[in-house]
Design a protein around this ligand. Structure first.
Ligand code: ADP
Ligand code: MG
Length: 374
């Protein structure tokens, strides 16, 4: 049953990272209060929350406390304990439900769901043990990528295999969980679609983003993606089908590969706002965070519109100083920093968004500023 949540009421967020922070900032604009469950005291979301519950994500007492203080509960990451979330759905209002997390936190159930939704995926096999992988890898061939079913991010928990000789490199992955092996997709581009849906079935996609990864970490998102119109239509259609299949409430980010011929292959999904959607804060008439809050609060959704071509660049720990030095030079950069104190190498500390009709000039600024050097 879909409920409307009103300003003045409290939104509980599981997870205190930057996605929670940007959700909270969006919600606060409309006058909501924020409670956050997060094991660390000084978290990006905790810094802007009204109520902080400092405990592990699966701590029973903490989840009960969150349920007590919140009128609605959402989450900012998918690796939360499914059983804990399931129990929470019985004692609190969690419009996104627990199924969405169960399906998307495991690559095996996720791929099955994508196929069920009628969307293309790379050929893949499931292996519970290294022995099983050895037996069935020939069905996929080489090159291929072996990925842990659970817990991977930013390329962690995966191994590219160029030939059978390298198979033993994957042994470690099985210490973590079951794995899948999937054919290497010779993609021309990577794109993502963020699809958002409320409990009444209203569904909208944000404009398709083109994602450029460096060392497996998202470096920049260019919007609109430099793809043909028919590819963009295919991408949106696929995201809508998946949202429908999941009976989505909230946000789903769908990562895809674009092949040379303009066709698409679905890579993976995340049931939350996504790094590749940050451009929407300035670039669109509705940000992914505001739309997410509207969706979980039972508000009508707004049809997204892109104000201007945008480019979003992540700022990692090693680039914070370069960013700070760039602030006086580039008034057109929208600067976002997440309030993390320790600027560790490769840690996502913030991002910038540039709205521009002159993409090459913006890319030149990014290069000159050294906010991305290896
Ligand atoms: N089957 C594949 N073929 C080619 N490249 C892949 C494939 N799977 C993953 N990659 C590359 O690795 C990156 C990270 O993989 P992904 O499955 O998205 O895991 P993560 O959870 O780390 O984001 C992708 O963005 C893509 O660049
Ligand atoms: Mg990914």
């Amino acid at each position: 049953m879909t409920k409307m949540i009103y300003p003045g009421q409290t939104i509980g967020i599981i997870g205190g990272g930057q996605l929670g922070r940007m959700m909270a900032v969006a919600a606060r604009e409309a006058g909501f209060k924020i409670a956050v469950l997060e094991p660390t005291m000084d978290s990006p979301c905790g810094q802007v929350a009204d109520i902080r519950i400092v405990a592990a994500y699966d701590d029973e007492a903490a989840l009960e406390e969150l349920a007590e203080v919140s009128d609605v509960i959402t989450y900012e990451f998918e690796n939360i304990d499914y059983d804990g979330l399931k129990r929470l759905t019985q004692m609190a209002y969690v419009p996104q439900g627990a199924e969405l997390v169960r399906i998307t936190q495991n690559r095996i159930t996720e791929k099955q769901m994508i196929v069920e939704a009628g969307c293309p995926v790379a050929p893949y096999i499931v292996a519970s043990t290294y022995g099983q992988l050895e037996e069935s890898i020939r069905k996929i061939g080489f090159p291929c990528i072996v990925k842990t079913a659970r817990g991977g991010y930013d390329g962690k928990g995966q191994q590219l295999l160029k030939s059978a000789d390298e198979l033993s490199l994957t042994k470690e992955l099985f210490e973590h969980s079951q794995c899948i092996a999937e054919g290497f997709v010779p993609f021309a581009k990577e794109i993502s679609v963020i699809v958002q849906r409320n409990g009444y079935g209203e569904t909208y996609c944000l404009p398709v983003g083109e994602n450029i990864h460096v060392n497996h970490i998202l470096h920049e998102t260019i919007v609109p993606a430099r793809i043909e119109e028919k590819t963009a239509a295919l991408a949106e259609e696929a995201a809508m089908k998946i949202a429908d299949c999941l009976q989505l409430v909230g946000t789903l980010a769908v990562e895809m590969f674009v092949l040379e011929d303009g066709s698409i292959v679905i890579n993976e999904c995340a049931p939350r706002p996504h790094n590749s959607g940050h451009y929407s804060i300035e670039g669109c008439n509705i940000s992914q965070f505001t739309q997410h809050i509207r969706a979980v609060c039972g508000w009508p959704l707004r049809k997204p519109k892109l104000w201007a071509s945008s480019i979003m660049v992540n700022v990692l720990g090693q680039h914070v100083v370069s960013l700070t030095n760039s602030i006086p030079k580039y008034p057109d950069w929208s600067v976002h920093l997440y309030g993390k104190t320790e600027a560790k190498v490769n840690r996502k500390m913030g991002h910038i968004t540039i709205m521009t009709d002159d993409l090459s000039a913006a890319l030149q600024q990014i290069e000159d500023s050294c906010i991305w050097s290896e």
